[in-house]
Design a protein around this ligand. Structure first.
Ligand code: FMN
Length: 464
C-alpha cells in the first residue's frame, strides 16, 4: 500500500519533445528545457503518462540515469512545475488535488499525530461538477477531487473536530498511512485547518463564507475559470434587448428638463460633491411629478441607441460595463404631488412611468423595510428599487457578471446623489433589501430579474 503522493502532470499541459529541448505549455505560459538529460526526459514521461508516479520513483529514475548532479537540477525543475500549478497530487483511490492557479504551494505540514485536531474549514464546500464531487475553498488555490465514498465520509466526519486516532477508529477498513496522507493533503490545500492555524483568525472571522467565495471567484488569482468578455452564449441563446419594453398599459408621461438650460443654471460639480449628504427626513410638502421627471431624466434615461454586430447598446447619464445597462428602475411612489401612489417601472427610452400595481400589503412591507434600513426616520416619499436583468451581462461576461452589477449599482447611486443634490432633494442609498419580495411585487423571475439595490428620495426639509 502506498504511503506517499502520486504525482502527475496536468493533462492539459502540452508536451513537445524535440532533439535538443522540451517545451511544456499551458495556456499562455511556456517552459523550455534546453538539452534535457535522459533522466529528466524519462521522469517527465512518467509524470505525463498513465497513473502517475511517486517522488521516490522519480528520484530513483533520475539518479540512475543522470547521477546525483542531475538529481539536484531535477528537484528544482519539479518545484518549478509544482509552483506553476501543473502537478497534481493524488492518493490512489481516494482523492486528487488539482491546482487552480500559479504561485501554488503544496507544503507538507508538520503534524503531531497524537495531539492535532482537524476540522473542515467553514469556507470549504462540496459540489458536483461534471459528475464528480469536488471540495473547494476560497482559502485554497487547489480543488480536491473526491473519488470515493470513503473520502466523502471522512469529509463529513470532519464537520466536527477529529484527531487522527478518532478517524482511524471510525474508518478501520482504511489503511493508516492513507488516512494520514489524506489529512496531509487536506491541510496542504487549506480545506482542513489544523488547530495550529490561527495567524489570520481575527481577519477571517470577519469574512462571511459567501463574501469570501464571491471575492475569490470574481477576481483573478485563485481560480482557473475564463474571466471577462467571453461571449459564451453567442449563437446559443439570444441576448436580451438593450431596453426592457414597457410592461403596463397605464402610463404616465414624465416631465423632461431642458439640459441646455441646466448646464448654465446648475450648481457646480464641486458644490454638488461638497454639499451632498444622505437625508432621511422630508419637508412637509412632498416631492412632485416634475421633480421625479427631472430626476429620472438626469440619472437614468436612454440618450442614444447604438447598433453593432454584437447587438444593441445604449448610452445613459451614468457609465456601465460594455454599455449593456442591465439595471432597471422601479419607483414605488408613496407620497408625491401629481402622481398617484403605486409601484411603477421606469421606461428609460420613452421616459415614462408604467404602473405595475397599486399600493398593497407587499408594497407596504417594502416601504417598512426601507424605513427600518434608513434608521426609522420619515416614511420614504419615493423608494426606488434597482433591479438587474442578470443575463444581459452574463451573456457576455463570465466570472465577473454579478460583481459588475454591484459596481453599476454604486455608479448609479452616486449619480442619483449628485443629481438630487443639484435639485435640492433628499437622497439616501440603502444597503439592504428583499429580492424575493421585489419579484412578488414586480412579477419578475428571481433568477432573470430581481432587486440589487434601493434608493430613497423625497423633498428636502432644508430650503436652500
Ligand atoms: C452603498 C451604500 C449603502 C448605504 N446603506 C444605507 C442604509 O442602509 N441606511 C442608511 O440610512 N444609509 C445608508 N447609506 C448612506 C450612508 O450611511 C451615508 O452615505 C454615510 O453615512 C455618509 O453620510 P453622507 O452620505 O451624508 O455623506 C448607504 C450609502 C451607500 C453608498
Amino acid at each position: 500500500m502506498l504511503n506517499t503522493f502520486i504525482l502527475s502532470l496536468n493533462p492539459k499541459v502540452s508536451y513537445l519533445p524535440e532533439n535538443d529541448k522540451i517545451v511544456l505549455q499551458f495556456r499562455d505560459r511556456k517552459l523550455t528545457f534546453k538539452q534535457p538529460t535522459i533522466g529528466f526526459r524519462l521522469a517527465l514521461n512518467s509524470l505525463k503518462v498513465g497513473k502517475g508516479v511517486t517522488k521516490k520513483e522519480l528520484i530513483n529514475l533520475v539518479q540512475q540515469e543522470d547521477g546525483i548532479c542531475g538529481l539536484f537540477t531535477f528537484n528544482s525543475y519539479l518545484q518549478k512545475l509544482i509552483s506553476l500549478g501543473w502537478i497534481y497530487h493524488s492518493i490512489d483511490s481516494l482523492t486528487t488535488a488539482i491546482p487552480l492557479a500559479e504561485d501554488y504551494e503544496f507544503l507538507m505540514p508538520t503534524i503531531d499525530w497524537q495531539k492535532t485536531s482537524f476540522t473542515l474549514s467553514r469556507f470549504a464546500y462540496l459540489h458536483q461538477v461534471n459528475g464528480q464531487m469536488i471540495l473547494e475553498s476560497p482559502l485554497s488555490k487547489a480543488q480536491v477531487l473526491l473519488h470515493s465514498g470513503h473520502s466523502l465520509a471522512i469529509i463529513a466526519k470532519l464537520a466536527q473536530p477529529q484527531t487522527y486516532t478518532s478517524l482511524l477508529q471510525e474508518f478501520s477498513t482504511l489503511n493508516e498511512a492513507k488516512i494520514k496522507l489524506f489529512l496531509n493533503l487536506l491541510v496542504a490545500t487549506q480545506t482542513v485547518n489544523d488547530s495550529s492555524e490561527s495567524q489570520l483568525e481575527d481577519t477571517l472571522a470577519q469574512w462571511d463564507f459567501h463574501d469570501l467565495l464571491f471575492h475569490s471567484r470574481s477576481r483573478k488569482g485563485r481560480h482557473n475559470q475564463p474571466t471577462g468578455a467571453t461571449y459564451r452564449f453567442q449563437g446559443k441563446i439570444q441576448p436580451l434587448p438593450a431596453v426592457k419594453s414597457s410592461i403596463s398599459s397605464k402610463i404616465i408621461k414624465l416631465y423632461q428638463p431642458n439640459i441646455k438650460r441646466l448646464k448654465t443654471k446648475d450648481i457646480s460639480l464641486t458644490e454638488a460633491l461638497e454639499t451632498r449628504r444622505s437625508i432621511r427626513n422630508y419637508a412637509q410638502i412632498p416631492i412632485n411629478a416634475k421633480e421625479i421627471g427631472e430626476f429620472l431624466y438626469r440619472t437614468a434615461r436612454v440618450k442614444q441607441i447604438i447598433k453593432s454586430k454584437q447587438g444593441e447598446y445604449t448610452s445613459r447619464p451614468y457609465p456601465s460595463g460594455g454599455g449593456l445597462y442591465e439595471l432597471e428602475l422601479y419607483p414605488l411612489i408613496h407620497n408625491c404631488q401629481g402622481i398617484n401612489s403605486g409601484f411603477y417601472h421606469y421606461d428609460p427610452l420613452a421616459h415614462q412611468l408604467c404602473l405595475l400595481s397599486e399600493l398593497n400589503q407587499d408594497t407596504e412591507k417594502m416601504l417598512k423595510d426601507a424605513w427600518l434600513a434608513s434608521g426609522k426616520h420619515n416614511q420614504p416619499q419615493i423608494l426606488i428599487s434597482i433591479a438587474a436583468r442578470f443575463t444581459r451581462l452574463s451573456w457576455k461576461y463570465e466570472s465577473i457578471a454579478y460583481s459588475l452589477i454591484l459596481k453599476h449599482v454604486g455608479v448609479l447611486y452616486q449619480t442619483m446623489y449628485l443629481v438630487a443634490t443639484a435639485m435640492n432633494l433628499a437622497p439616501c442609498a440603502l444597503g439592504s433589501g428583499n429580492a424575493d419580495l421585489f419579484t412578488k411585487v414586480a412579477a419578475t423571475n428571481y433568477y432573470a430579474e430581481s432587486s440589487v439595490g434601493e434608493f430613497i428620495l423625497g423633498s428636502n426639509p432644508i430650503v436652500k
